[in-house]
Design a protein around this ligand. Structure first.
Ligand code: SF4
Length: 95
């Protein structure tokens, strides 16, 4: 399972951190980042994604298929995500 945070959607509500404190934290800009992709169970991480009021947390399976939010349609242009300003956080702890 892969987790991403769309920084352009995050409003610093911190619901994700309340649900999955082992996985998410806020960075110095108050935007959610992934501090440990295995910090909570997959079920808890999915619950955290569902708790996000702006759908800023994106979950993909190991094959890169988006699980949440449920995709309504696939973008025809694979580069469309970056054109929309979607940024991802590193799924590793800073050293
Ligand atoms: S719940 Fe959503 S909006 Fe709130 S901090 Fe987490 S990612 Fe950002």
């Amino acid at each position: 399972m892969k987790i991403r945070v769309d920084r352009s959607k995050c409003i610093s509500a911190a619901d994700c951190i309340a649900v999955a404190p082992g996985t998410f934290e806020l960075d110095e800009e108050g935007i959610a980042i992934i501090k440990d992709p295995h910090g909570d169970t997959d079920a808890i991480i999915e619950e955290a994604a569902r708790s996000c009021p702006t759908l800023a947390i994106i979950i993909e399976d190991d094959n890169g298929n988006q699980i949440y939010p449920e995709p309504t349609s696939k973008p025809s242009n694979p580069g469309a995500a970056s054109a929309k300003g979607i940024q991802t956080t590193q799924a590793t702890k800073p050293v």
